[in-house]
Design a protein. Structure first.
Lengths: 112, 112
DNA sequence: CTCGTACTACGGTGGCTATCGTACTAACCG
DNA sequence: CGGTTAGTACGATAGCCACCGTAGTACGAG
């Protein structure tokens, strides 16, 4: 056992495993729409993204955890640990490859 | 009371009343995705569209009624009576005005 | 008027889900 | 080590929702 910091991996669907129904269901919730709207204003690079607590939500932290997980399991966002925080970012490239134009259309629509 | 054939009106949300969450929720179901996929192959003009029974679905007729109603109340489809049948057609123009590109992106995605 | 077709309304059932609070773990800072 | 911060796991609850069958309505054909 190396003494390096343990990297807690989180399960993500591969690009091919992303299902349309799951994505639409994940987006059909006002709290989760808000999450992706906020994430949209952050970069997507390896080191970019927002922590869970940076996204202000009108629900408890445990409920917020639930919503982030739904988005991750649907393949909409990527989550990785960074110290005590968890970094969230949109999976733009994967979503664009799988369902071209969908994410942008939803983001534009959510912006009113 | 005129003796003309009674026109049973059905409630539809106006263009401005169409809500994004409702549309996404309506589309996040495999049966309803199939419905709009089939309707997409029919014309949208006043006289076009498909009857409920023309859309083959793997559910009972009462459940099918439920799905058509969800789509109508979300503003995704328009329904009007024509004799004993009900004609269904997509509300393309309204959806495009409200959420540009969304319907097309979903239809493309659903087509695999 | 009777019959068949097309769809609906209603009631019930099981499963999912958004929400919460509480208790917990993981990492970093002194 | 102890404390703080960030997020999670768990259990509970209430509401919604997809589904069905049965009974009923509306319309057109004969």
């Amino acid at each position: 056992m190396p003494t390096t910091t343990a990297v807690r991996e989180l399960p993500h669907p591969s690009r091919e495993e992303i299902r349309l129904e799951a994505v639409l269901h994940a987006l059909a919730d006002p709290v989760r729409l808000r999450i992706i709207t906020v994430l949209n204003t952050h970069g997507e690079g390896e080191g970019n993204g927002a922590t869970c607590s940076q996204v202000e939500l009108p629900v408890s932290t445990s409920t917020a955890t639930h919503h982030f997980r739904v988005l991750r399991e649907a393949g909409v966002i990527n989550q990785c640990y960074r110290g005590t925080s968890k970094i969230n970012c949109l999976r733009r490239a994967d979503l664009e490859a799988r369902f071209p134009g969908l994410l942008d259309a939803v983001l534009r629509a959510a912006a009113n």
